[in-house]
Design a binder for this molecule. Structure first.
Ligand code: NAP
Ligand code: GDD
Length: 346
C-alpha cells in the first residue's frame, strides 16, 4: 500500500485528490490547520466514515509556515508521495497580504523540500508542486505552453513562481523526483465561494430561490481557461507515476470571458444576466491577468491525458448544484425562520 501526504487536503483539489488516492488503495495523510470554525467540510464524508478515517485516512495538525512540524511528520510518516496543494490561493487577497502569501505559498514549498532532505527521503519520495497559470500573468505567447516565459502579475503569482523554480532546482540539484503541474483555472461544485465562477453560480442559485437580489463583480472582460477540478487532480497523480519527473501544462485550450460565464450560468435557470450583474471597482486587482489559455499538448502526448468536461458543461454542473443548495436553504429558512448558511454543502 502506497502512502501519500497531501497539504491543502481541506481545499477543493485536496478533497478530490484524497478521494482519488483512497480509491486507488493508498493510505492518505493530510495536513489541516487548526481553526476556530470547522474547516473540514469538503472531506467530512471521508472523515465521518469509520471504514475510512483512522484506517486509510489520517489527518495531522500542521501549517506550511511550520518547518519543524513538517520535518517531524516526514520522519514519522515516510511517505511515498507528497502533494503540495496548500496555499493562500486567492490572487486578489495576495495584494492585501503579500508577505503572508510569500511565506505560505512560496516558502511553504521550500519547507517541504528541505524536510524531504532532512528526513532522508530524497531517493524514496515523489513530490508534486501545485504550480499555476497565474505565473504566465502578462502573457508572452498565446496559447501558453511549458516553455512560455513567465511574467507574474500578483504577489500570489510571484510566490508560485518561486515555488516552481525551487521544485525544478531540487530536481536538478538532488535528483529528487519533483514535478510541477502548471494548472490553469479549474472549478467544481467544491470551488471556494470567493472565486469568480463559484461566486456567480452561487448567486444564480440564490437569486432563483429568492435569497439574493443581485451579483456584484469586477472585471467582466478577463478571459480564463476553465476546466473541471476532478479531472485535473488525476493529472497530479499521473505525473508522479512516471519514471522521470517533469513539468506539464494542464488546461483545456479554450478561453472564455467572465461575462460569458455569467451569460451561460444565468441562461441555465432562464434569467437574463444583465438584469442582475452589477459592477464594483473593489473587485478589480491592482494588476490584472487579462488572458489565459493553455495548450496541454505535452500532457496528451506524453501522459495520454486530456480534459473531457468543457466550458458549458462545467458551468451547468456548478449551477445545477448551487440551485439545489439554495433551494435547500430556502426550505430551511421557511421552516425555521432563521438564516442558515450550510457552507458544508458546497
Ligand atoms: P483552495 O481550495 O484555496 O485550498 C487551499 C488549501 O490550502 C486549503 O486546504 C487550505 O486550508 C490550505 N492552506 C492555506 N493556508 C495554509 C497554511 N498556512 N498551511 C497549510 N495549509 C494551508 O485551493 P485549490 O483550488 O484546491 O487549489 C489547490 C492548489 O492548487 C493551491 O496551491 C492553488 O494555489 C493551486 N492552484 C489552483 C488552481 C485552481 O484553479 N483551483 C490553479 C492552479 C493552481 P484551509 O481549508 O484551512 O483554508
Ligand atoms: N474572485 C473574483 N471576484 N474575481 C473576479 C470578480 C469577483 O467579484 N469579478 C471579476 N473577476 C475576475 C478577476 O479579476 C479575474 O480576472 C477572474 O475573474 C478570475 O478570478 P478568480 O476566480 O479569483 O481566479 P484567478 O484566475 O484570479 O485565480 C485562480 O486561478 C489561478 C490559476 O490561473 C485561483 O484558483 C488561483 O489559486 C489559481 O492559481
Amino acid at each position: 500500500m502506497k502512502r501519500a501526504l497531501i497539504t491543502g487536503i481541506t481545499g477543493q483539489d485536496g478533497s478530490y485528490l484524497a478521494e482519488l488516492l483512497l480509491d486507488k488503495g493508498y493510505e492518505v495523510h493530510g495536513i489541516i490547520r487548526r481553526a476556530s470554525t470547522f474547516n473540514t467540510g469538503r472531506i467530512d464524508h471521508l472523515y465521518h466514515n469509520p471504514e475510512i478515517y483512522g484506517k486509510k485516512l489520517f489527518l495531522h495538525y500542521g501549517d506550511l509556515a511550520d518547518a519543524t512540524q513538517m520535518v517531524k511528520l516526514l520522519y514519522e510518516l515516510q511517505p511515498d508521495e507528497i502533494y503540495n496543494l496548500g496555499a493562500q490561493s486567492h490572487v486578489r487577497v495576495s495584494f492585501d497580504v503579500p508577505e503572508y502569501t510569500a511565506d505560505v505559498t512560496g516558502a511553504g514549498a521550500v519547507r517541504i523540500l528541505e524536510a524531504i532532505r532532512e528526513a532522508g527521503l530524497v531517493k524514496k519520495v515523489r513530490f508534486y508542486q501545485a504550480s499555476s497559470s497565474e505565473m504566465f500573468g502578462k502573457v508572452q505567447a498565446v496559447p501558453q505552453i511549458e516553455t512560455t516565459p513567465f511574467w507574474p502579475r500578483s504577489p500570489y503569482g510571484c510566490a508560485k513562481l518561486f515555488a516552481y523554480w525551487l521544485t525544478v532546482n531540487y530536481r536538478e540539484s538532488y535528483n529528487l523526483h519533483a514535478s510541477n503541474g502548471i494548472l490553469f483555472n479549474h472549478e467544481s461544485e467544491r470551488r471556494g465561494e470567493t472565486f469568480v465562477t463559484r461566486k456567480i453560480t452561487r448567486a444564480v442559485g440564490r437569486i432563483k430561490a429568492g435569497l439574493q437580489e443581485n451579483l456584484v463583480l469586477g472585471n467582466l472582460d478577463a478571459q480564463r481557461d476553465w476546466g473541471y477540478a476532478k479531472e485535473y487532480v488525476e493529472m497530479m497523480w499521473i505525473m508522479l507515476q512516471q519514471d522521470k519527473p517533469d513539468d506539464y501544462v494542464v488546461a483545456t485550450n479554450e478561453t472564455h470571458t467572465v461575462r460569458e460565464f455569467c451569460q451561460v450560468a444565468f441562461d441555465r435557470v432562464g434569467l437574463d444576466w444583465e438584469k442582475y450583474v452589477k459592477y464594483d471597482a473593489r473587485y478589480e486587482r491592482p494588476a490584472e491577468v487579462e488572458l489565459l489559455i493553455g495548450d496541454p499538448a505535452k500532457a496528451k502526448k506524453q501522459l495520454g491525458w486530456e480534459p473531457k468536461v468543457r466550458f458549458k458543461e462545467l458551468v451547468e454542473i456548478m449551477v445545477d448544484h448551487d440551485v439545489k443548495v439554495a433551494e435547500n436553504e430556502r426550505k430551511i429558512r421557511e421552516v425555521t425562520g432563521a438564516y442558515t448558511a450550510p457552507s458544508y454543502l458546497a
